[in-house]
Structures are given as structure tokens and as C-alpha cells.
Design a protein around this ligand. Structure first.
Ligand code: 10E
Ligand code: SF4
Length: 318
């Protein structure tokens, strides 16, 4: 008999967002329509399992376009690329499919618009993250990256009356608001982005994990270590009162010691994580007595994006 006090709270929404779904499908369709190999610049999304599965099907992941043979087909990842990368690809006469999430593209448009209007743009985000490199590459002379409230003291602007903040799409909402608060103390005229840059999927996954964290002795987040939004879910769970929280790629990474004395396990997954990996964790937890599963729903998601233009059926073939 299973122990009735052992239970799993399963966050909803979790896992794939609309932008990831579209980007992964773009690589799958490119492989179907054009045959292997299909090159992909950077990881299409930051998930080990997704990347390995696509590699098995003939995708070749490269760091830069100069690793792609001239004339070959390359997909740009969901995190977006700077205009310089588009130019390099054009120079090598590569065929390109741009799988940048439309919500990242929206931030690029904002960056271009405010740079054109000669604002100083403070981009809240993580140095070295591909999305931040892509967005800041739209207007490097106008954009400064601000990682956290601690960075704010070092920011200088040309005209404190003409400053706007934008952000990476996958940050912690609460931490970002602290950074913005610190920025506004220095620059009271700081303008907000025209609409939220932290996307609906990031926000929804954080709200869902917050709703259950305080009831959980342990929160497991399925996701890869380079996945910003997944890492943020561990931090948010801990801040919202979870006893402990760990990031895992696979069920096999669960350390039995984590479950010692645990009654309630919370489970969620990042926006780049396929549901099959969550199912694997549920199966593993059931084997050790956590077979009662309750879904905690804080939002319903229905958003979908159309495929990248290069993959949409041509009018003639419809
Ligand atoms: O590291 P991130 O959370 O930005 O990326 P991810 O691939 O884990 O999740 C999808 C998020 C994207 C593409 C950025 N908006
Ligand atoms: Fe797009 Fe948000 Fe998903 Fe990033 S996390 S791919 S911005 S929907």
C-alpha cells in the first residue's frame, strides 16, 4: 500500500511555451522538407533532451554561422540573433530559417525604435545570454546591460530625462522589479517598456510555482542548467517558501536523499522542456510512493504562433 501522506503537486502551466513549440517544429519541418543535415545556430532551445533528439534526426548545432558550409540551410534559435548574424549568414549565402520567438522579436523592435529616438536603453538581463546578445546587437551604441540592482550604481546615461528600460523575456518578475526600482531611484524619469518584455509564459510559470511552493517540502524543476527561465523557477520556488528545490534534466538525477522525510513534492518544468520528461519524473516519484498527483492550475494558455515564414506553405501548394 502506498503511503497516503505522500503527494505531488503538479504546476500548470508548465513546460513548452508557444515560442519553443514553434522553434522545435521549425527544425523538425526543415529536416522533413529539406532532408538532413540542417544546421542550427546555437541550441534551438536550451534543453539537452530536445537538442540530443534533434541531433539524432540530422540537425547539426553550431556556435556560429562560419561553421556552416556555404549555401547550406541554417536555422536561427528561438532566442533571436543580432543584425550582424543575419549579415554574416547573407555574406556566406546561407539559406536561413529564423525561429526567433515573436515575443523576442517584439523586444528587438522596441530596442530599434527607442534607439532611433535616441534614448539610452537599459536592458535588464544576463550578460552572455544569447537573447541579450541578440537584442543588444540591434543598437549596441544605445544599450547597456544591467544584470541586477547591484549594477545600478555603475550606470551612466547621457540625458536622465531620456532613458527607458527593456528586459530579457525570461527573468524573475520580482527581481526585475527590484532592479527597476533601483534604476528609478537614480533616474526618476525612467520610462517603462510599451508592454511587458518578460513574456506571458515566464510569468505564468512563476505564478504557478509560487502558488504551491509554500506547501512543498521539495520542488523539482525539470530543465537544463543553461535555461534562464528554468533556473528562475528554482529561485522563485525557494523565495516562495519551498523547503528545497532542485533543477534536473532527467528523472534519474533525483537523489533519494532529497526525498527523506518529504511528504509533498512540487513539480514543474521550464518553457523549453518537453512533457515526456515530466512524465518520467512522475513515474519515478510513483515508484517511491508519491502516486497521488494533484494539478495546481493558475492559468490556461492557448497562445500559438504561426511557423516561420520560410516554412509556411506557398500559396501555390495550398
Ligand atoms: O534560457 P532561456 O530561458 O532564455 O531559454 P529556453 O530555451 O530554456 O526557453 C525558451 C526561451 C526563449 C527562447 C527565450 N525567450
Ligand atoms: Fe517566446 Fe516567452 Fe517562450 Fe521565450 S519563453 S520562446 S519569449 S514565449
Amino acid at each position: 500500500m502506498s503511503d497516503p501522506v505522500k503527494r505531488v503537486l503538479l504546476a500548470k502551466p508548465r513546460g513548452y511555451c508557444a515560442g519553443v513549440d514553434r522553434a522545435v517544429e521549425a527544425v523538425e519541418l526543415a529536416l522533413e522538407q529539406h532532408g538532413a543535415p540542417v544546421y542550427v545556430r546555437k541550441q534551438i532551445v536550451h534543453n539537452k533532451h530536445v537538442v540530443e533528439t534533434l541531433e539524432e534526426r540530422g540537425a547539426i548545432f553550431v556556435d556560429e554561422t562560419d561553421e556552416v558550409p556555404p549555401g547550406a540551410l541554417v536555422v536561427f534559435s528561438a532566442h533571436g540573433v543580432s543584425p550582424a548574424v543575419h549579415a554574416q549568414a547573407a555574406e556566406r549565402e546561407l539559406r536561413t530559417i529564423d525561429a526567433t520567438c515573436p515575443l523576442v522579436t517584439k523586444v528587438h523592435h522596441e530596442a530599434k525604435r527607442f534607439a532611433r529616438e535616441d534614448y539610452d536603453i537599459l536592458l535588464v538581463g544576463h550578460h552572455g545570454h544569447e537573447e541579450v546578445e541578440g537584442t543588444s546587437g540591434e543598437a549596441p551604441e544605445h544599450i547597456q546591460i544591467v544584470e541586477s540592482a547591484e549594477d545600478v550604481g555603475g550606470v551612466t546615461v547621457r540625458d536622465p530625462e531620456k532613458v527607458i528600460w527593456l528586459s530579457q523575456t525570461t527573468l524573475s518578475v520580482d527581481e526585475t522589479m527590484q532592479t527597476v526600482h533601483a534604476l528609478r531611484e537614480r533616474f526618476p524619469a525612467l520610462q517603462n517598456p510599451p508592454s511587458d518584455d518578460i513574456c506571458y509564459a515566464t510569468q505564468n510559470r512563476q505564478v504557478a510555482v509560487k502558488a504551491m511552493a509554500a506547501q512543498c517540502d521539495l520542488v523539482l524543476v525539470v530543465g537544463s542548467t543553461n535555461s534562464s527561465n528554468s533556473v528562475r523557477l528554482v529561485e522563485v520556488a525557494l523565495q516562495a517558501g519551498a523547503g528545497a528545490s532542485y533543477l534536473i534534466d532527467y528523472a534519474r538525477e533525483i537523489d533519494d536523499a532529497w526525498l527523506d522525510g518529504v511528504r509533498t513534492v512540487g513539480l514543474t518544468s521550464g518553457a523549453s522542456v518537453p512533457e515526456v520528461l515530466v512524465r518520467g519524473v512522475l513515474d519515478r516519484l510513483a515508484e517511491v510512493g508519491f502516486d497521488s498527483v494533484e494539478e495546481i492550475t493558475t492559468a490556461e494558455e492557448t497562445l500559438t504562433f504561426s511557423l516561420p515564414r520560410e516554412l509556411r506553405p506557398s500559396r501555390a501548394s495550398r
